[in-house]
Write a protein that binds this ligand. Structure first.
Ligand code: MRU
Length: 352
């Protein structure tokens, strides 16, 4: 299955509404910065690279909405929009990375004396390029990562890192997809991924569409399967990778990495270099998003916990780097010491 998750459509940003899948397939369209912030916050679109591409289009929308005739005034409006967009969700660094890229492009052009309208057109081109690059980067990641997937592998995968989490193809799930396309006999244990069920709703949907053998499992089944020798490799994505290789990803990833180590199973995080944040020395500095209680107390429209029960709902956890076998990027597989290998990957990406 190949489906763009987010794209530009006649002055607005269009996306698959991931809140409704797999029961309903609908396209949602947003035309103001406030609406784009809503789409990211409410998880109409989710997954670090997809959030980044959406925010980039949010900057294009901000440029179009600005009445500035002067390039300097337009840049001021874009700076304000960036602050608004960046606040939508705190953990995935791709969001601020993408808005910074768009703002930089505008600032550079303004310095060369470009008009506001030239900058507006350039912003749209830059966002389109960012989205296209994401697809190309995912394909490179998939090609590189497929090397560590042996024939007959049973892969345990957490959350959703597929087409839906990116602009297209996916990161960790892209590796699964590429391995299957290469003719390898593989099977995926799909963690349901409480509380938003990205695994049960989205990953299962993507894998079934591609005919990739899989079983959906309750998150709590992972330990048993590992102990029974039924898992050969654990793959998950990343929302932010600190300079030392600590990885923030969907809540539950840390538990899998520790279980994998205990059971002698390799565990990889998969991420484009745009997810690496060299400004943060370690995972303790990564902001962890806390989401609303209804994600835990409700399943769909059905309440499963007492009314007014106190809830703590962190959306991500941090896996200390020592539990990771490697971090797979489009610049190659980074191995320990991550401080060196991640820096090298980010610098190689900047030169590419
Ligand atoms: O809350 P979500 O669904 O946005 O969380 C997504 C994840 O944690 C993914 O694993 C991560 O963004 C990588 S997606 C390629």
């Amino acid at each position: 299955m190949s489906n763009r998750t987010v794209w530009w459509d006649a002055g607005k940003v269009a996306m698959i509404d991931q809140r409704l899948l797999p029961l309903d397939y609908r396209i949602a369209v947003f035309g103001t910065v406030a609406e784009v912030v809503f789409a990211i916050r409410d998880m109409v679109v989710r997954g670090a690279p997809a959030i980044g591409a959406t925010a980039a289009y949010g900057m294009v929308i901000a440029g179009q909405a600005s009445t500035a005739e002067d390039a300097g005034d337009l840049v001021q409006d874009l700076r304000r929009a960036k602050v608004e967009l960046d606040a939508a969700r705190p953990t995935a660094v791709n969001l601020v990375w993408a808005t910074a890229r768009l703002l930089d492009a505008a600032e550079r052009l303004a310095q060369t004396g470009a008009t506001a309208d030239v900058i507006r057109a350039a912003l749209l081109a830059e966002a389109g390029q960012l989205a296209d690059e994401d697809v190309a980067v995912n394909r490179r990641i998939a090609h590189i990562g497929a090397e560590i997937i042996p024939d007959h592998a049973h892969i345990l995968h957490h959350c959703n890192t597929g087409s839906l989490a990116t602009v297209d193809y996916g990161t960790a799930l892209g590796i699964v997809r590429a391995s299957h396309e290469a003719g390898k006999d593989i099977h995926v244990w799909v963690d349901e991924t409480r509380p938003r069920l990205q695994g049960a709703r989205l990953t299962a949907w993507e894998l079934m569409a591609d005919g990739i053998p899989m079983h959906l499992i309750a998150d709590n089944a992972a330990g048993l399967l590992m102990r029974q020798g039924k898992v050969d490799v654990v793959l998950f994505g990343a929302d932010r990778v600190a300079a030392n290789g600590d990885v923030a990803n969907k809540i539950g990833s840390y538990k899998l990495a520790v279980l994998a180590r205990e059971n002698g199973i390799p565990c990889y995080s998969v991420a484009p270099t745009s997810t690496i944040d060299l400004d943060l020395p370690d995972g303790d500095a990564i902001p962890i998003e806390e989401r609303g209680p209804e994600e835990v107390t409700m399943v769909g429209d059905v309440r499963i916990a007492p009314v007014n029960v106190p809830v703590y709902n962190p959306a991500f956890d941090v896996t200390p780097h020592r539990y990771l076998t490697g971090i797979i990027t489009e610049q190659g597989i980074c191995y320990p010491p991550f401080t060196t290998s991640l820096r090298r990957a980010v610098h190689a990406a900047a030169r590419a």
